[in-house]
Design a protein around this ligand. Sequence first.
Ligand code: NOJ
Length: 964
Amino acid sequence: MRAFSSLLLLAILPTSLAVKSQDFKTCSQAGFCRRGRALSARAQESQSWRSPYSVDPSSIAVSPEQASFVAAVKSSLYPDVKFSLDVRVHDDGVVRVRMDEVDGLRKRYDEAASWALIAEPTISPDVKWAVGKKELRATYGPKKDIEVVVSYDPLTVTLYRGGKPQVVLNGRGLLHMEHFRTKAASEEKAPVEAPAEDSQVVMQVNNRAWFEGEEEDGFWEEKFGSWTDSKPKGPESLFIDITFPKHGHVYGIPQHATNLDLPTTTGDDAHFSDPYRLFNADVFEYNADSPMSLYGSIPFMHAHSTESTVAIFNAVASESWIDIGHSSATSTETHWMSESGILDVFIMPGPTPTDVFAQYSRLTGAPALPAHWALAYHQCRWNYISSDDVREVQKRFDEEDMPVDVFWLDIEYAEEHKYFIWDKKTFPDPVDMSHDVEAIGRKMVVIIDPHLKRTEDYPVYKEAKDLDVLVKTPGGENNYEGWCWSGSSAWIDFFNPGSWDWWTSLFKTEPGETWSWTESTVDTYIWNDMNEPSIFNGPEISMPRDNIHHGGWEHRDVHNINGMLLHNLTAQAVMMRTDPPRRPFVLTRSFYAGSQRFGAMWTGDNLGTWEHMTAGVKMVLANNVGGFSFAGSDVGGFFGNPEPEMLVRWYGVGIFSPFFRAHAHIDTKRREPYLLDEPYKSILRSFLRLRYSLLPVWYTAFRETSVTGLPVLRPHWVMFPKDEGGFSLDDQYFVGSSGLLVKPITQKGVTETSVYLPEDQVYYDYFTYEAYRGAPKGKSVTVPAALDKVPFLIRGGSIVPTRERPRRSSVLMKHDPFTLRVALDTKGTAKGELYLDDGETFSHRDGKFIWREFVAGKQNKGLLIRSTDLAAQKPGEAVNGVALPTYNGANEFANDMATVRVERVVVFGLSAKPKSVQGGGKELHWEYTPGVASNTKKQGTASVLVIKDPGVGVSSDWEIVVQV
Ligand code: NOJ
């Protein structure tokens, strides 16, 4: 089997590292994208362009409480085709606009939202629709300054705030829902050239041509390369223009390798000639700056200005293309073109980025709180080739005192790539091997791909076939067969509920009625790859669009959701292995809106180039603003053999990514951090230790995102929404609310770099205590960036908790003491927080955690530093945003932490040497090094006060008084 995969690899590995763009469609090769763009071009050319869609006022039915309405929509071009419109305002102000074809020849796919949303949102009881002669209008919001206006003719939906339009649907008249039709009827209505007897008919038919195009472009069949898409349903695309007046910047719609502030695709100065594509695909050796689609799709877009932030989520699961342009310097026009589905758009009114994240996570769910160990360092490669190889790698990490938490196994562990089945020649003792790794709390992650080798002696395939839960070929009769790592393979149809219990039972480590993975342990976690799905001999390396899923839906209808279902079910399976359940960890390559609930993602097969390192930072940021924070790129680059300098910089990126994993292609040289020569090896050791010391910061940031939806990595526009100077920054960012500002270096030969400071505040170098002062309108400062440094500043006003004892794994740090870095702001104050729980179960949902606030404030001329119980102050906010009646400051976990000390408090920027430093009524041990004070404008090394062993616990209330 190795022979097969190597051969296959040779066949698919190009000689030079460049995307095989011929494998993937451009807009002009996708019929519906051509049609959508052509429609837009005709609209632009025509002075009198007018949308044919209108609301029939006589049909409007407002619900008894007046909170929502439905109405009939018609198109003047096809008076016999019926559409329905449903507009409602949720209790948090989000507007949902749905439109579907009614009584059509077929039913359009309308289930995308049901997979993405956590629940059916509640409609606001306070909103009342007023039915007017030309429009329906609803006014709401705490200040009654938000209005949604649905105009009848043409149909438009506009969200206003303070009388100013924020989001407009169909403002450019590009809405078009191609109704179902038969080929025969369609041919009859081809454009009429010569005068016909019935001039009405001629006008209508020619108007259709004017609107839909003269030719039936790609209506009934499409070819791409050697592939033919049979398109039995004919045209069913959906186009909608969405304009964001006075919002000049748009972000989101991951996954694309490009700038965070999305460059334009239309207009004279368009950066890209193709629209952004959302079509989950295994794009081999992707370009580092491209609108091409990649492995995942989140159709969630923010639009931002100094005045406000708004956003939309377009719940569509089929291939989509999005054009972005500017109607003026400060307004953004977008045009969404999807192959199938209903119109189901959620408009998020903001008005701040924080509000938008809350609105989006109320819809699709806040990210899961990961297990604590999952935030530590993951060591992967394709492949660790045997159990002894795994043991040896672990030994080498330990010998070199390099922390690591997780060892990963790629596809070669599995006999003939039959996932779950160990290749006993190389992995004769998988359970013992796993136990060896788990001895100091480490974990294994093993890959499980969604393709099943089609051999009867593979129990997983056999059971899936017997259960009849495999994806079918067109017509729905036969199981589909395609090629992937395991050769001739079949794909489980996770849309089929019949597959769900069976799939979750496979991961049980105890024998059961069906096959279960008894040769596994409950500390073995899972990696789901190839779930776009990737099919080597399929169109665009994926599944034929006319394949059939449960319910008779074609693959085209559900394509972008497909990968999320595997991720979802695998996460459930992993969670259900133990009683009580433990937090799952599942990494996915493919994702959709809602995937943030199930685990982590990575940016796929990046190249070992500086360009890709740079792109990876932007992509991880885009994923964070796309609601899916637990993201990272392959450290080192998947392809290639990075030189030591590049590898070191790549670890510099990795230690500041939410998900931190080194990974490499099977053809690369080994590059585990202990293999490097000095000084690189020691630098990597210090980087790994830095990540581990900051785990309290990461975990606290993940708690916050799991409650508020605010991203773990925060770009400048999220932190400083009014500072235009930061709107396009995507090479530096903040970590949660910690005040840590990072600028990883992703270029060769750098010794210093410029960091943008967005405000008139002092920022301290984390390592040298150099104090830099920003300016009211933003200012760039030069910061040292030698190879052993990641430019990394603490914002004045922050208190950062760390754990600084080097350990071999994060679990061994459980009872380690804390250091608090108190970075005083220009007013001489600071604040920070720390969240901790057992890191692996769900006992935090029963109130077993600590959530502390540290505050440093002025007292007389000195400083008072206090620790208080934040959970007691905000009991409902700690977990899930639900009140915890059981929370008690003396909970079991807090008791377990009772002996955990704060071993050091370091204060930056004090204005003078203290006269005394007291805690618990006693003078403490301290040292003071004079330097720049936080309230001066000078640049230079800050004053540093180190308070040693202040005799205070991390989970108790305390005060330290610094008298100056
Ligand atoms: C493709 C994945 O992107 C890569 O990370 C993995 O190593 C290979 N598949 C083999 O499983």
